[in-house]
Ligand binder design. Sequence first.
Ligand SMILES: [Zn+2]
Ligand SMILES: [Zn+2]
Length: 417
Amino acid sequence: MSEIVLACRDCGQIHRAGTSLLGRSLMCRRCGAVLWRLTSSGFAVPFVLAVTAPILFVLANTFALFDISLAGDDRSTLILNGAVALSEYGDGISVVGVLVALTSAIIPALSIALIIMTLARLRATARGGAPPGRGLTGIWRLALHLRRWSMLDVYLLGAIVAYTRLGQLGQVEVAAGGYALAALVLAQVLVEQLLGRQQVWNAIGDPAKHSPTAGNPWVLCLECDLVVARMVGDGDRQRCPRCGARLERRRPGSLATTAALTAAGFILYLPANLFPMLTITRFGRAQPYTILGGVHDLATAGLWPLALLVLIASIIVPVLKLGGLTWCLIAIRLRSARALRQRTAVYRFIDFIGRWSYIDVFMISTVTALVQFGTITTVEPGPAVASFAAVVALTIVASGAFDPRLMWDAGSGARQV
Ligand SMILES: [Zn+2]
Ligand SMILES: [Zn+2]
C-alpha cells in the first residue's frame, strides 16, 4: 500500500497516511485541523454546477435586485450600482466603492472563469488528454488566492439586511436579479463543498511521487500542500516540484506583517465605531447612524435576528480578530506553551470568519444606490464606512499573513523542522 505524507498547515505536525485512508476525512492529531477533507469523487458534478454560474452571474448583474417605491416614485438597483454610488463620494468612500466593485463583481467573475478552466482541463486529462502543465497550476493557485475576496455570499447577506431596512422606508420587492444572486451563491457554495483543493492538486500531480522518506527533513508547500524533501542549505532557492511556488520553512515576514497590520486595525477601529456609517435624511431632517446605532434601529423595529447578525459581524468579529491576533503574537513573544490547541482553533476561526464583516458595507452600498428620492428621503454613506472597510481588509490580510506554526515552534522551545 502506498503512503502519502500530509503536514498540518496550522501546527506543522507531519502525518503519514495510507492512500486507502484518503477515502475518509482526516484530522490533525496534534491541533485538530482538517488535514484532508473528503469530497465528491470526480469533477463531473462540480463542473456542471460551475458552468451554470456564468449564466446566473449575467442574470444577477443585468436584472434589478430590488424595486422600492416611495410616495409614488420607483427605484431599482443592480449589484454594480452600489459600487458606482459609493465611488461618487469623497476620497475614502470612493475607495470603498472600488473595493465593493472588486469583491462583488470583478473577482467573483474571475473566480468563476478560473474554476471552469481548471475543471475543464482536468476532465480532458481524465479522458486521456495530455497531463496538465504549469499553466493550470498558475490558474488554480490564483483561484485559491481569490477565494476569500470573492464575496457574493457576504453580499447576499448584506442585501438581505438592506432589504429589511428598506422595508422601514417604503415598499420593497425582491426582483429577478435578487433570485438569480441567491441561486448563484448556492451554486458557488456547492462547488466549494464538492471540490476539495487537495483533490484538484492531486489530480494535477501525484503527491506520492514527491513524498520524503521517513526521518529526512521536509518542507510543506503552502500553495499546494505538497510535502517535499528539503534540500538542506538550499532552502531559499528550492521550488515546489508540483506548483512551482517558492518553498519556505515558515511564511517569511509573518510576525512583522501581522503585527503592523493588527496595530493599524486597532487605530482605525475607533473612528469606524464613533463616526456615522450612514445618514438618512427625511424631509430635510438628517439622522446619522453609527454601526451600533444601526443595530439599535433594527432591534427597536423588532428585527432581532438581523440586529444580532450586524452586531456580531460588524462589532464583535472585528474585536475578536484584532484581540485574537494580538493574543497569538504576544504568546509567541513570551514563548508560551499554554493553550496551544485552543489558540490555534481561535486563529482558524478568525481566519474563516473575517470576510463576513463586510455585510454592513454591502448593505450601505445597496441602500445608498436605491434611496435617492430627493427631498422625501435620501441615504448617504458616512465617513466611518472608509475606516470600517479598512479595518476589515487589514484583519483579513493580517490573518492570511500569520503563520500559526510559529506558535508551536515558540511553545515547544526547539524549532521543528
Ligand atoms: Zn495540526
Ligand atoms: Zn506546491
